[in-house]
Design a protein around this ligand. Structure first.
Ligand code: AMP
Length: 417
């Protein structure tokens, strides 16, 4: 027997229903915020991720699925989608009109060679948004609140936004210098990864899960002391907007996020139940130009759909997710089957969810299946009635039965479900 690769899972049963539920809500939500759907390839030129997510990030150094294709091209399965969307915006010159704010959303699988554990997979699904051409804190507030409201809309209540700012380039350079000075005498106390980060990206030491509880972290310099007045002002404005929008947020100066391209505001949606991130995002004003595009400010986030599914399953606990159909059409002989097939098509084209007996079941078994499918109505076909142009319809909850004219069947069912 062949089994699935480590770190992957089949989307089945309740999980599959929840996935479609999340997707449906997301599509509706994105429309009302005026975001357009975008799909980019699952594999890209490896250079794209080296030059965006960053040579020093955990993702690029340890987690990408890289391979040479049959034409000897160096390919990487996307570990995240921002880089692909940015490439697409540049390659397709989507920024044509300088006054347009470009707003995109995507939903798709990403690939990271991580150690699988609860909520951490090697094939993961992200739902994200990317907005280009606005540096106004108002759009950061829109993006953060979009993710926040969507999670709420799905039915998840116990979460909040963890927020920080990494400031502009100069603020970050000054802060990085201060961090290096601070950690220099303590280098040996840090974990091997952080000892490397000290030289490559000292900011990342701050969100190290291994070193986090060390005493030296108690007096670590704070980013807020190194922010330029412009970065401070933008962060203050964003917070005012979030208060106006009733977004439950908390500033956490140790939040730096794992991808190298972020600047200014960064945030995560953190589940209070499990203390895991349901999603995260930030501003990345220099990414477009660093990938040979124009200077285009940008901001976005990605939600972990696998984690949303897990969270929703916990909330629903052992309650079975109800799956119901509108009509079950019962048939036994060939004449009844033919009739069932044609009226099922008519009903389905009228958006009535219906099922037919396609497994050659006895009438008794069909009643059982209809109950299991929680059919609202049963259409009980019988050759004698059909010859008179009549059809029996039974309300499966009240058990009331009516005989109606064959020609009125569709209207009757459409108006009663
Ligand atoms: P990131 O792209 O690393 O900023 O992650 C955004 C969100 O994707 C996280 O907050 C998680 O909810 C989710 N996520 C990231 N990595 C994984 C993974 N390996 N398995 C499942 N979900 C993940």
């Amino acid at each position: 027997m062949i089994i699935k690769p480590k770190g992957t899972y089949d989307l089945l049963n309740d999980d599959a229903l929840l996935y479609k539920y999340i997707e449906g809500n997301a599509d509706r939500f994105m429309q009302s915020y005026n975001y357009e759907f975008i799909r980019t390839p699952i594999f890209e030129d490896s250079q794209l991720f080296h030059r965006s997510v960053g040579e020093t990030s955990d993702i690029v150094t340890k987690e990408t699925y890289d391979f040479l294709d049959r034409g000897n091209r160096q390919i990487t399965l996307r570990p995240e989608c921002t880089a692909g969307v940015v490439r697409s915006v540049i390659e397709n010159k989507l920024y044509g009109n300088r006054n347009d704010v470009l707003k995109y959303y995507y939903l798709g699988t990403m690939y990271r060679y991580e150690r699988p554990q609860m909520g951490r997979f090697r094939e993961l699904t992200q739902l994200g948004v990317e907005v280009f051409n606005s540096f106004d804190p108002m759009i950061d507030a829109e993006v953060i609140s979009l993710g926040y409201n969507l999670i709420k809309e799905l039915g998840i209540e116990e979460f909040y936004v963890k927020l920080n700012t990494l400031g502009d380039k100069e603020s970050r350079e000054n802060y990085t210098k201060a961090l290096k000075e601070y950690f220099a005498p303590h280098l040996k106390e840090l974990c091997p990864d952080c000892q490397k980060r000290y030289n490559t990206n000292p900011l990342r030491i701050l969100d190290c899960k291994v070193d986090h509880d060390l005493d030296i972290f108690k007096n670590v310099p704070k980013m807020s002391s190194y922010l330029s007045s412009d970065s401070k002002e933008r962060f203050k404005k964003l917070q005012e907007y979030l208060v106006m929008l009733d977004i439950d947020y908390e500033v956490d100066e140790s939040l730096v996020r794992g991808l190298d391209y972020y600047d200014y505001n960064v945030w995560e949606y953190v589940s209070e139940n499990k203390n895991i991130a349901l999603g995260g995002g930030g501003r990345y004003n220099s990414l477009v130009s660093s990938l040979d595009g124009p200077s285009l400010p940008a901001v976005g986030f990605a939600l972990g759909v696998d984690r949303l599914i897990m969270e929703l399953k916990d909330i629903l606990a052992n309650k079975k997710i109800e799956k119901e159909i509108d009509v079950y059409i019962m048939s036994v002989n060939e004449e009844e089957k033919r009739f069932a097939l044609t009226i099922s098509q008519d009903l389905r084209l009228n958006n009535v969810v219906c099922e037919i007996n396609s497994a050659d079941l006895s009438l008794k078994s069909q009643f059982k299946v209809a109950d299991r499918l929680k059919a609202h109505f049963l259409v009980i076909l019988n050759s004698d009635d059909l010859n008179k142009g009549l059809i029996t319809v039974k309300d499966n909850a009240t058990k009331e039965e009516v005989k109606i004219d064959e020609k009125e069947l569709i209207d009757y069912l459409v108006s009663n479900i």
